[in-house]
Design a protein around this ligand. Structure first.
Ligand code: S3P
Length: 449
């Protein structure tokens, strides 16, 4: 099978230094901010993946030019009012919820209806969570089944600031409204449950009229109309959500160590680190530095003698939201029962991830007790798999693919994992980096790529 990978062997122990590709959330935001800036913005280490390419194609449809060479990109912004709204425009967000949802915020002033489409996975996801708050500014939406893509957005020339309470902890919803607010007269006030804050940090760095008050469980954000944006030059740090798979591989492989250089360790993204530390794993940050409001460090992880089970505090859910699948696989080897709660948002991702997590664990022979929004995982420190496991029909969710590969290399068995191409959306280099880790020992010659 051409587009699948077969894994039969556990990986041997390793001690290695790697770098992962650029952060996906920041890469997409860089494209969007640069597309409305005045002049040329340049990014280094832009994530060169399908989600980011979809963002670049989207701004091109809106009349904004760019040049991309490997992971260096230039965008020729024409200012906040620089989009050209032609008749019959269709924009394809492909697999990217972040692109589809954030971009809609910038489109609320369109003078022509714009159709937004996506792939099979994105077309199953909820867009009411975006159209509802953006409608308050004065834009109108027509959605498939009242909720889904394809949708059509009808803009409004006289948009007014809104009050919005974001209760799910969704950075996509929060960011979409922040982008909308930049186009609206007066002020917009957002009370948002804590979630990743790259959009706010970029607004601050660009000197936009934004104030943020951090409360215990939520942030209060006030943002005014934006008249002008300076170009945004950015050297994009590594993605903790990509690093997570190699952190997990190290944790699950006896006597191993890994350094991952130049990773974004924004506090709103490192739930996985806090969770793993609670599970007894040693992770340290070296060369900590600040860049454009973000925190960057080299991350060092060592495999532990024993993994402790965890009753995961729900306040960590948002900052670990993209990492739960791989955290579940680590919990499979823990000494005891781990418990993860209030995770209904996990089933709103590229695939229903809570269900997929349970499926993979059960295939591995791990007992679980799951509800609609929680899972108990009965860990087995001696787990060794000795059967065939096939992973397919998972809506090509990149994180299901990568999680399965790590589980296969960590616990053995014969795994056939379909839809290898899924990694192209977020982490095209994933298998090459695995090859680097493996080659160090030179023990198993066969490449994964
Ligand atoms: C993202 C926000 C999160 C996350 C997604 C990227 C972003 O989604 O799961 O991968 O870049 O804003 P939600 O906002 O739906 O939680």
């Amino acid at each position: 099978m051409k587009n699948s990978i077969v894994i039969r062997d556990q990986i041997n122990n390793f001690n290695k230094k790697i770098e992962v590709s650029g952060d996906k959330s920041i890469s997409i935001r860089w494209v969007l901010f640069s597309s409305i800036a005045n002049g040329v913005s340049k990014a280094k280490n832009l994530l060169n993946s399908e989600d980011v390419h979809a963002a670049l194609k989207a701004i091109k449809v809106l009349g904004i030019k760019y040049k991309l060479k490997k992971n260096i990109c230039e965008i020729y912004g024409k200012g906040i009012k620089g989009y050209k709204y032609k008749k019959n425009l269709t924009i394809n967000a492909e697999n990217s919820g972040t692109l589809g949802r954030l971009l809609l915020g910038l489109l609320i002033n369109t003078t022509e209806p714009i159709k937004l489409i996506g792939d099979k996975s994105l077309s199953k996801r909820d867009f009411r969570r975006i159209s509802d708050p953006l409608s308050k500014f004065g834009a109108k939406f027509k959605l498939n089944n009242n909720k889904h893509l394809p949708l059509t957005i009808f803009g409004n020339p006289s948009l007014k600031g809104v009050n919005y309470e974001e209760k799910k902890g969704s950075a996509q919803c929060k960011s979409s409204v922040i982008f909308g607010a930049m186009r609206a007269k007066g002020h917009t006030f957002v009370k948002a449950k804590k979630s990743r804050n790259h959009t706010e940090l970029l607004c601050k760095y660009l000197g936009l009229p934004i104030t943020i008050q951090q409360k215990n469980k939520h942030d209060e954000i006030r943002i005014g109309e934006v008249k002008n944006l300076k170009p945004l030059n950015y050297n994009i740090p590594g993605d903790i959500s990509s690093a997570a798979f190699f952190i997990a591989l190290t944790v699950l492989t006896n006597d191993s160590q890994l350094t991952i250089k130049k990773v974004n360790i924004n506090p709103s993204r490192i739930g996985i680190i806090t969770i793993l530390k609670k599970m007894g794993i040693k992770i340290t940050f070296k060369n900590l530095r600040f860049y454009r409001g973000e925190r960057i460090a080299d991350l060092k992880v060592k495999s532990p003698k024993i993994i402790k089970s965890i009753n995961c505090p729900t306040k960590l859910n948002s900052s670990a939201i993209d990492e739960f699948l791989i955290i579940f696989i680590i919990a499979a080897k823990a000494n005891g029962i781990s418990y993860f709660r209030n995770l209904s948002e996990l089933n709103q991702k590229e695939s229903p991830r809570l269900s997929w997590g349970k499926y993979i664990l059960n295939e591995m022979g791990i007992k679980t007790v799951a509800t609609k929004n929680s899972i108990k995982i009965y860990g087995n420190p001696d787990l060794k798999i000795d059967k065939k496991i096939v992973i397919k029909n998972y809506l090509k969710d990149h994180r299901v693919f990568m999680t399965s590969v790590i589980a296969a290399l960590s616990f053995g068995g014969k795994w056939i994992i379909h839809d290898k191409d899924s990694i192209k959306t977020s982490f095209p280099n994933f298998l090459n980096i695995l090859d680097q880790i493996k080659n160090l020992n030179n023990e198993k010659k066969k490449k994964y790529t």
